[in-house]
Design a protein around this ligand. Sequence first.
Ligand SMILES: [Ca+2]
Length: 252
Amino acid sequence: MFNMIFINALIKNIRNNPSCYYVYTNILLMKYLFLFTSFFQLINLALADPRLINGGFENDFNDKNGWIRASNVPPIRSDKEAHSGKYSLHSKLKNEFALPSEGHLIQTVNKGIIGGEKYDLTFWIKEVDFGVSYVQQYMINWISDTGQVGNIGLTNFKGGKKWTKVSVPKLTAPKDATGIRLMFRFVTGAVKGGSGEIFIDDIAINRSNYTKEYNELLKANPNIAKAIKEGKISKEKVLSGIRSREEEKEAN
Ligand SMILES: [Ca+2]
């Protein structure tokens, strides 16, 4: 706040001095930048994107790092293949006799989802074996403090022999949602010789866009809105500023 008062006082002092015009415009720019910085400090505290823990599988599984593995053939962490770093998740199913094999990977993020906003689910896969009766799927449950508030049922996905990015864009969170439960399911049917093998890495859930923050920024800071209108700052620059700030938070 002190900085803002200081900048306003400076502007007042030099405004009427024609020889200071260059300094004046620069100070105005400083003012915009300062407003911008203040805004980011505010949203940094107010917003937290939903963050999957250990989405790149670089840390070993434990009670605190997010992933739960379940069913009769749960996937394992592996250093045989990796899209990023040294590790990925490996699911290898091979039926003995005519008995089905199944593995689950689950993570629940309790906070960070904003109801009504859109999210992209992305992950990388490398398929080794897409055999008889094999199915691989993801499922999303939107949750709140009181339980499930919506869901996207089991949905098949497909990649290739090389690392392939799977994108599920613009999933709209129900208005009551505050969190998300993500599940992957790898399964073979009850047939002899059923098999499937896959590596999966870099699973992420991110906001599809930051229109909400952009509109709030303009509403709270008429000076920035004015600067954009007058072409002093571009809308793209503001949006990319918001996005990089959010992504920086993701990386931390
Ligand atoms: Ca990795």
